[in-house]
Structures are given as structure tokens and as C-alpha cells.
Design a protein around this ligand. Structure first.
Ligand code: SF4
Length: 356
């Protein structure tokens, strides 16, 4: 029996006996599977479950998603983070409605033509929903394969990435490709965990290189990446007649479409007080009369490390003239807090006081 055939058999038998009962595993609806796979990127299973169920109740079909109000969609996505996923889902639903008769395409190449659908999501939907022999590689698959095939090189290097996709493609060639793919991911999630893998409960232990070598926890090897860029920004807590000014970022770019206290990045040589005066003038046409620092919060993005100074700013009367924001509202603190906000904006509001 060749190696992959033996692995397939062991994985499928184990998966049939041990798989967790998750809501998206009770359906064959390609749309629901696509939504679940999108939500599960970068978000934990336990967090996703209630969002997945509510989302499908509110937007039960591709057409309902295509017709959705973008603001409402973002509000319902709040809590899952990475809002770009929600924007892409809606854009993809519009495209499916127009170009694919409202039905999710079945082939990997067509799926990858949809906004936000990368190699992983296309493989997951094609294999799980349509039984296509399409490979998938995510963090769990990377960990399992690096140990199983004893790959002792940087897991992020181009040759290793190519090898992982080849191994996954070979594995998915058997019957039940969707279940095979899910079996490897499930194994990574519950048995072959980052620390203290449970090798004694593993269905492929007999064939595992890292286990034979006695050091599964040493794999995968991850080369340290470049340190994130450090950025310092300011945000203004601006009040007028007991209401606070919220501004929405343009739909594309970092934190696109999310609301925040208005502000911007600090320029060389500026103090936070000077920066908030300039940012409010340039981006909203407001003249700052007085500022009071409220403190600072920080947040780690994948490529940047952000320190945000929050300042209460009293501004002169005058109309808001936006440049660099695409909407603004004057809101109660409660209504402000209910907007789709980034994690850093939520932290910033935590520092803000009520109107004086
Ligand atoms: S034997 Fe251990 S290290 Fe190897 S795949 Fe199974 S759980 Fe992971």
C-alpha cells in the first residue's frame, strides 16, 4: 500500500469516529460551508459558532447577502474582527448573483476569481461542498505535515510551502476529499497540537517522522520574521452638544470601512497635541481650541505595532468638511460604542470620558 493511501485510510477512520459535531458539518449547503470557512480564518471555532448561526439566519442565501446593507453587515460581523472578510463576502455574493446565476461555482479556479477567496478557501469549498479533489493547507495542516513528513526547514520558505501543497494534493486525491482535508485539520486542532501533541492518540503515529525522531514539539520550524514597523498615531475625542464625533475610514486599506475617533499618524517632530490639531483640520476641517491628553493604548497588527494617543479636543463651531474619511456622525457614547469599530478604537473609547 503506498504511503498516501495508508494515511488516507487511517485519517478517514479516525475522523469518522472522532470528529467534533460542528454546525457547518451538519450541512451540505455550499453557501453555508463557504461562510463557515471564511469565518474560521483567523478566528477560533468557539467564537465562530454563534456568529455563523446568526449570520445564516439573517442572510440565509447568496442573494440575501448580495442585497445586504453594508453597514448592517459590518455591525453583525463586529466581534469576529478582520472586517475585510465581511466586505469581500458581500462583494463575492454580488458577483455570484450577477455572473454565476446565484450559485457558488464548483471549481477551484472559478472560486478563486471571487473577492476574498484564496487558495485555502477555494480548496475548502471545492472539496467539502463539491467533493472535488482540491488540496488545502492551513496552520493546522502545516503543523501536522511538518511533523508527519519530518520537514526540518523553515515552514514559510517557498520550497516548503510548495511541498506542503503537493502533499495535500496527493492526500486529497482519494475518495471523500473534503473529509480527508477536514481530518488533517481536525487532527491538528485536537491531537497534533502546537505544544504537547497527543501522539499516543494519533492515527498516523506509526508513520510519523517527528515522533520516530522523538521531537515533534520542535516542528514546525519558523524563521523569525522582520520586526513590525512602529507607528504612533493620535485620536481625538471631539464633543459637540453632548455628542461625540465618529468618522468612518474609506472602504479599502487598513481597517477599511470601520469607525473610529478621528485622527491620524504623528509626523516627524510633532507632539500628539500638535498632531491632533493638524489631523482634525486636514481631515475634517475642524479648528481645535484646546486639547487634553487622556492616555494611550497600543495594538499589534501583523506588520505594524501601533501606539495611539487619545486626546480630548474642544473644537470651534463650524461645518465638518471631510477629506480622508467617507462618513461622519455625532453620536452618544453608547451609539458610538455600538458601531463597527476596530479593536484599537474600542480600546481608545475605554479611555474617553463623558462630555464636560
Ligand atoms: S504522531 Fe504526534 S507528532 Fe506525529 S502527527 Fe501524530 S500527533 Fe503529530
Amino acid at each position: 500500500m503506498n504511503r498516501h493511501r495508508a494515511l488516507r485510510r487511517a485519517l478517514i477512520e479516525w475522523y469518522d469516529r472522532n470528529r467534533r459535531d460542528l454546525p457547518w458539518r451538519r450541512t451540505r449547503d455550499p453557501y453555508a460551508i463557504w461562510i463557515s470557512e471564511t469565518m474560521l480564518q483567523q478566528t477560533r471555532v468557539e467564537t465562530v459558532i454563534p456568529y455563523y448561526e446568526q449570520f445564516l439566519r439573517r442572510f440565509p442565501t447568496i442573494q440575501a447577502l448580495a442585497d445586504s446593507d453594508p453597514d448592517e453587515l459590518m455591525e453583525r460581523w463586529a466581534g469576529l474582527g478582520y472586517y475585510r472578510r465581511a466586505r469581500n463576502l458581500r462583494a463575492a455574493a454580488v458577483k455570484i448573483a450577477h455572473e454565476h446565476d446565484g450559485r457558488l461555482p464548483e471549481e477551484v479556479d472559478e472560486l478563486r476569481g471571487l473577492p476574498g477567496v484564496g487558495r485555502y478557501t477555494a480548496g475548502a469549498v471545492a472539496s467539502i461542498a463539491f467533493d472535488r479533489p482540491a488540496p488545502i493547507v492551513d496552520g493546522n495542516v502545516r503543523r501536522v505535515f511538518s511533523r508527519l513528513f519530518e520537514i526540518r526547514e523553515d515552514i514559510g520558505s517557498a520550497p516548503v510551502v510548495a511541498r506542503l501543497w503537493e502533499e495535500a494534493a496527493e492526500l486529497a486525491r482519494g475518495a471523500r476529499p473534503g473529509d480527508l482535508n477536514q481530518a488533517v485539520m481536525e487532527l491538528g486542532a485536537v491531537v497534533c497540537t502546537p505544544r504537547t501533541p497527543r501522539c499516543q492518540a494519533c492515527p498516523v503515529a506509526r508513520r510519523c517522522g517527528a515522533r520516530a525522531a522523538g521531537d515533534p514539539e520542535a516542528l514546525p520550524i519558523k524563521k523569525t520574521r522582520k520586526a513590525p514597523r512602529e507607528v504612533v498615531s493620535v485620536a481625538g475625542w471631539v464633543a459637540r452638544r453632548g455628542r461625540w464625533l465618529a468618522a468612518r475610514r474609506p472602504p479599502v486599506g487598513l481597517l477599511g470601512g470601520l469607525w473610529e475617533m478621528p485622527g491620524g499618524d504623528l509626523e516627524a517632530g510633532e507632539t500628539p497635541e500638535e498632531a491632533i490639531g493638524r489631523a482634525l483640520r486636514e481631515r475634517l476641517g475642524l479648528v481645535v481650541k484646546e486639547v487634553r491628553p487622556l492616555g494611550s493604548v497600543s495594538h499589534q497588527f501583523s506588520h505594524r505595532s501601533l501606539e495611539l494617543h487619545v486626546l480630548e479636543a474642544a473644537v470651534a463651531e463650524g461645518r465638518v468638511r471631510r477629506a480622508g474619511y467617507d462618513a461622519h456622525r455625532w453620536l452618544s457614547r453608547r451609539a458610538f460604542g455600538a458601531l463597527p469599530l476596530s479593536a484599537i478604537a474600542q480600546k481608545a473609547i475605554g479611555l474617553a470620558s463623558d462630555p464636560r
